[in-house]
Design a binder for this molecule. Structure first.
Ligand code: HEC
Ligand code: HEC
Length: 298
């Protein structure tokens, strides 16, 4: 009896000793994600306070948007179409053309401070740090998310938090995914499209794997000036317009840009029906990815 009590005390002691150590990394991850989400939706990240990441990367368009290109804060025209951020953590290179940016933490500074084109138009990291540091809520959130740095608010911890949020943007719940696991059969027309996609026209020689992208760079026509990274086709039905310059208003037009592949109108229709099954409604409506409440959570 006495021994049992001893073991019980020992157990309590060990639980107390080890549990904070184990619980800490998890809660810190969650704190970083929540902070990153708030920053992603915060227009204070742009020079004139008019534009957040979400201005261009809109959840209902799978974190792309419906314009061919999007003007920055100085009214300079955009150059490239806004890509979706669905499953962005699985990409080994970022952006449409090969620019050797592979970490989200590095990419963050392109929209923030880039010049070609100007997007959010911030002129220095110091201005950003000052702005975020002057907010009492951010001071608390950074302490929780970066306890080892005593909540220091720097351009780097800001980039780390936004990247942590971006890595949670996982989309794997489309009609197509449910068909793969046998939960919901595809319509006949969609199945016909899938056969054309994977077998008859070998779209999947480039649009392959979980992302439906080989992540390699191709020229669709001999005349193209630059090789473009094969886009992921997940949620493609909600990311119009298409192609790196937004020049294809519809899926049909995007297919016609593949000059080397001849398709009949029936094949195009079946392919479009198949691509519509790649939409993940759960992703598009997940409140965890949406605009956070303005109230400070701490
Ligand atoms: C003015 C519109 C605009 C704003 C604001 C914007 N982006 Fe983008 N984003 C783009 C465009 C356009 C591209 C493609 C750029 C290219 O390929 O040259 C892009 C590309 C990206 C990519 C690479 C996606 C891929 O498929 O490789 C990531 C990640 C990203 N943006 C994150 C962000 C974050 C984080 C913010 C906020 C700090 C942000 N963006 C703000 C327009 C915008
Ligand atoms: C040789 C590799 C390759 C093959 C094969 C290929 N694609 Fe593409 N696809 C690409 C590239 C690269 C782009 C981007 C081109 C650009 O932006 O200019 C693209 C773009 C697209 C887009 C537009 C997506 C977006 O977000 O802008 C769709 C839709 C598409 N492909 C579907 C298909 C279908 C369907 C097939 C088969 C009939 C196919 N592709 C075959 C490489 C390929």
């Amino acid at each position: 009896m006495r021994f049992a009590f001893f073991w019980f005390l020992l157990l309590l002691f060990c639980t107390a000793l080890f549990s904070p150590v184990q619980a800490n990394p998890l809660s810190q991850d969650a704190a970083r994600t929540a902070l990153g989400r708030r920053l992603f939706y915060d227009a204070d990240l742009s020079a004139d306070g008019s534009m957040s990441c979400a201005t261009c990367h809109n959840q209902k368009h799978a974190f792309a948007e419906s314009n061919a290109t999007h003007m920055g804060v100085t009214n300079e025209e955009g150059i490239r179409n806004v890509p979706s951020l669905a499953n962005i953590k699985d990409f080994t290179t970022l952006t449409w053309l090969e620019q050797h940016i592979s970490r989200l933490e590095d990419q963050f500074f392109t929209p923030l401070m880039g010049h070609h084109p100007v997007e959010m138009g911030m002129t220095s990291k110091a201005v950003l740090e000052q702005r975020i540091s002057s907010d009492a809520c951010y001071q608390k959130l950074f302490k929780q998310a970066f306890p080892k740095d005593s909540g220091r608010i720097t351009a780097d911890t800001i980039a780390q938090a936004v990247s942590a949020f971006e890595r949670t943007l996982v989309s794997n719940n489309s009609t197509w995914d449910r068909a793969q696991t046998g939960h919901q059969p595809l319509s006949l027309r969609a199945q016909e499209g899938a056969d054309i996609f994977f077998k008859k026209k070998k779209c999947a020689s480039c649009h392959t794997g979980f992302l439906l992208s080989d992540q390699k760079f191709h020229k669709l026509t001999a005349a193209s000036p630059a090789a473009i990274r094969t886009p992921s086709l997940r949620n493609v039905a909600v990311t119009a317009p298409y192609l790196h310059d937004g020049s294809a208003p519809t899926l049909e037009a995007a297919l016609q840009a593949h000059k080397a592949i001849e398709l009949t109108p029936q094949e195009i229709e079946a392919l479009v029906t198949f691509m519509q099954t790649l939409t993940d409604q759960i992703f598009l409506h997940n409140p965890a990815f949406g605009l956070p409440s303005e109230e400070c959570p701490l």
